[in-house]
Design a protein. Sequence first.
Length: 327
Amino acid sequence: MWPDNKGVHINAHGGGMLSHGGVTYWFGEHKIAGEAGNVAHAGVHVYSSRNLYDWRDEGIALSVSDDPVSDIVDGCVIERPKVMYNATTRLFVMWFHLELAGKGYDAARCGVATSESPTGPYQFIGSSRLCAGIWPRNASDDDKLPGAKLARDFEGGQMSRDMTLFVDDDGSAYQLSASEDNQSLHIYRLSSDYLRPSDVYVRRLVGRYNEAPAVFKREGRYFLFSSGCTGWRPNPARIAVADSLLGEWTELGNPCIGTPEQVETTFESQSTYVLPVERKRDAFIFMADRWRPLDAIDGRYIWLPIRFVDGVPRIEWAGEWDLSVFS
Ligand code: GAL
């Protein structure tokens, strides 16, 4: 359990972090009790911290709507929210995986919302699938044949389920998401205002069924944690590396070190984000969710320090640890 400043277990599942002005903000899915908590009844919750240990409840950053025709009506699915700051527009830009109410996971859309303040309130801009009418840069002629999943979704836009965002050192932003019925990962360069995809995207790790993507950059190389596709049940984590976000990704196996059970289940969790620790060199925290689908609000958070063994990220269980591991 991780109590906030009011003594209440933090309610920010499938979380994403934003470091801004010396403060770290933790955005995540607000869950309610029971199985009802597997769909959105409140929205995206945000917490703030200056030391990563103590978290202040900043309330609901993006609220579900009570308008029955809204894409984000109470009862929709809002998952894995992530927020970036755009220095040009001075807006905080939130992206999340959206499923329309009552439609299971068929919509496979991305939602976008903006705010002038990091903690919100965020205004919902809209939701859609991605890059309708545009082929990924690396689509082969075969991929474009009718019957291929990519071609199936060409006109209506590509599916976007489990997602994450990454802002590179030059300010360019990317969205990575499970697409083509989760069989491939699509990587989109975003427009300069971060509000939509540009027309530049690629499909990677095709046929590998990656979910739960979490990206970070170290010494000029990009690393991607992900999971397999087993719903709320944990499965073995994966780690991949690339020299550029849109480039080829090379899989490096399972990053977990531990007992067979820990390695097979990613310490009973599923990745959601990698947090680079500010003011520490070479310090990255692996963040993951221990889902509790029968009582969603009771989901737990796993944070582990990332170690590098021959340049490859590794995570090992630690029942308790603090930031001094990075000194
Ligand atoms: C997981 C996914 C979660 C959620 C869940 C629903 O695979 O990572 O974000 O979508 O499936 O079953």
